[in-house]
Design a protein around this ligand. Structure first.
Ligand code: PLP
Length: 441
C-alpha cells in the first residue's frame, strides 16, 4: 500500500462517449501521493563545463509549451483543437480489444482486454506525444526538432509528426537498435527525417564516447546526450523528449482516459492494469487516469509495470538522483537508476533499454503504488509468438513484456478460479522488429 497517509488524487471521469478523443490531458503530477522531485544541478561539472548550467540549457533548448506543462498545477489541461483533430485523424480512440482467443488458449476465467496503440500509423503510442509536440513547435515558429530514440518508434513518430506540421526532424538513434532495424531507418528517411546512429562523430558527446571506448553499442542515454548537444549548437532547433518528463506522460493520458470510457461502456472495471516500462510514458499515460481509483481500491487494483531484465531499473535499481545520459550533460533527476556508467547489453528490446527512467514512475514505485516485474528477452518474444498465434497480432518486443505479465496474471486467475479483468497496453506493433522474433525462434 501507499506510504502516504493522506492521498486524494483528482478523479478522472470515464466520459460518456467512448468514440471521441478526450478534450483534456490529465495532469497526473498534482494527483501523485508525493511531490515529483525537481531536477538539480550536479555539484561537480567535471570537464563538461562547456555546457554550463544544465537546467538553464534545458530551458533554452526546449519548447515553451512543454516547459509550461511540466510546471502546470491544474489537474486538466485543454488539448488544443488542432491536436485533437490530428489525434482523431491518426485513428484515436484506438480500439480496446477483448483477447478472446488468448483467453480460450489459456483456459482462464480472466477477461483480457488489449488497448491497441499498435494500430497507429507509425506503429506505436509514441505518435500521441509527437503530434502534440510538433504542433507546439509549429505554433512557436520553430524550424527543426531534434530528439533521441531507443527502439526507433519515437524517432519514427517525430519524423511523421514533423512532416505533418512542416518541420524538419533530426534523430539520434541508439546504435544497437539502429543497426537492427534498417527498415525503420528507411521509413524515417522517406518521411524526410535525418537519422544518425549514436554514438556518432557529429557531436562533442558522441566524439568523447568514441574516443574513450565507452557505451559503443549506443543507448538511449548516448542519444539523449547527442541530441542535446545538437540543439545547443543550433539556435533554430528545439530538443524534444519522447518519455520520462511530466509533459510526455501527460500527453499520453489520452490512452488511459479512452480506456476508462471504453471499459465503462462495456460495464467493466479493471482489476489489473499492465504496461511495459522504459522511460514510463505509456505506463503513465495508461494508468495515470486511474490514480483516484487506485487510492480508493488499494490492492484490489493492481498497477503492474513490466521491464526488461537487461535494464532492470525498477526491480534492481535504486531510487536516487542520476543523469539520464552517460556524459552527464542532463540535469540530475530522481528516478530508479542502474547508474549512468551501466553498460547496457545488446538486446532487441530497444525501447526498454535505458539506465534510468521517469521521476513520476519513481514516485509511483517509491510510494508503493506500482508493482514491477522483469523479463528476459527470449521469454518476452515467446509471449509475442503466443499473441501472434492466438490473436493474430505481431506486437512490439516492448509490448511483449506487458503481455507476458498479463498472461501470467491470467494463468494465476485460472489456478484460483478468479474472474479477473486484466487490461494491457499494447504499446506498439512489431512488424519492423521481425529480426528480434527470428533471433528467438
Ligand atoms: C513500442 C514501445 N513500447 C514501449 C516503449 C517504452 O517507452 P515508455 O516507457 O516511455 O512507454 C517504447 C520506447 O521506445 C516503445 O517503442
Amino acid at each position: 500500500m501507499t506510504r502516504s497517509a493522506q492521498w486524494t488524487p483528482v478523479p478522472v471521469p470515464a466520459g460518456t462517449d467512448p468514440h471521441t478523443v478526450p478534450s483534456h490531458w490529465f495532469n497526473l503530477v498534482p494527483s501523485l501521493p508525493a511531490p515529483v522531485p525537481a531536477p538539480v544541478e550536479p555539484e561537480d561539472t567535471g570537464d563538461q563545463d562547456a555546457w554550463g548550467p544544465r537546467i538553464a540549457l534545458q530551458q533554452r533548448i526546449r519548447l515553451d509549451a512543454v516547459r509550461a506543462q511540466d510546471s502546470a498545477s491544474e489537474p486538466f489541461l485543454a488539448i488544443p483543437e488542432r491536436v485533437r483533430e490530428e489525434l482523431a485523424a491518426i485513428g484515436r480512440p484506438t480500439p480496446l480489444l477483448r483477447a478472446r482467443a488468448l483467453e480460450r488458449y489459456l483456459e482462464t476465467p480472466a477477461r483480457i482486454y488489449l488497448k491497441r496503440e499498435d494500430v497507429l500509423p507509425t506503429g506505436s503510442f509514441k505518435l500521441n506525444s509527437a503530434v502534440a509536440q510538433a504542433y507546439f513547435a509549429a505554433e512557436q515558429g520553430v524550424d527543426t526538432l531534434v530528439t533521441e530514440t531507443g527502439a526507433g518508434q519515437w524517432g519514427h513518430a517525430v519524423a511523421w509528426a514533423a512532416r505533418r506540421f512542416g518541420l524538419k526532424a533530426v534523430i539520434y538513434w541508439a546504435g544497437v537498435s539502429a543497426r537492427q532495424k534498417p527498415g525503420r531507418k528507411a521509413l524515417i528517411e522517406m518521411l524526410g527525417g535525418e537519422v544518425y546512429s549514436s554514438p556518432s562523430d557529429r557531436t562533442p558527446v558522441g566524439k568523447a564516447l568514441l574516443r574513450d571506448g565507452r557505451h559503443l553499442l549506443g543507448s538511449l542515454g548516448t542519444a539523449i546526450g547527442e541530441a542535446i548537444c545538437h540543439a545547443a549548437q543550433h539556435p533554430d532547433t528545439r530538443y524534444i523528449s519522447g518519455s520520462n518528463l511530466p509533459h510526455v506522460l501527460i500527453q499520453q493520458t489520452v490512452i488511459g482516459q479512452e480506456t476508462k470510457a471504453q471499459l465503462a461502456a462495456l460495464g467493466e472495471r479493471p482489476d489489473t492494469l499492465v504496461a511495459c516500462v522504459g522511460g514510463g510514458s505509456n505506463l503513465g499515460g495508461f494508468m495515470g487516469p486511474y490514480l483516484a481509483e487506485k487510492a480508493e481500491r488499494g490492492e484490489e487494483l493492481l498497477l503492474l509495470g513490466a521491464e526488461s531484465a537487461s535494464a532492470p531499473r525498477l526491480t534492481e535499481g535504486t531510487l536516487r538522483y542520476d543523469h539520464a545520459d552517460p556524459e552527464g550533460i542532463t540535469p540530475l533527476t530522481k528516478s530508479y537508476t542502474l547508474g549512468r556508467d551501466y553498460e547496457l547489453p545488446e538486446t532487441h528490446v530497444g525501447g526498454l533499454r535505458q539506465h534510468s527512467g521517469s521521476p513520476i514512475i519513481g514516485v509511483l514505485r517509491g510510494e508503493g503504488l506500482l508493482d514491477a516485474v522483469a523479463y528476459q528477452e527470449a521469454d518476452a518474444f515467446e509471449t509475442g509468438r503466443l499473441v501472434l498465434s492466438t490473436e493474430g497480432m505481431l506486437i512490439a518486443p516492448e509490448s511483449c513484456h506487458a503481455l507476458r505479465a498479463a498472461v501470467q496474471r491470467a494463468v494465476q486467475a485460472r489456478e484460483s478460479g478468479r474472474e479477473e479483468v486484466i487490461v494491457a497496453c499494447v504499446s506498439g506493433n512489431g512488424v519492423l522488429d521481425l529480426d528480434g522474433y527470428l533471433a528467438h525462434r
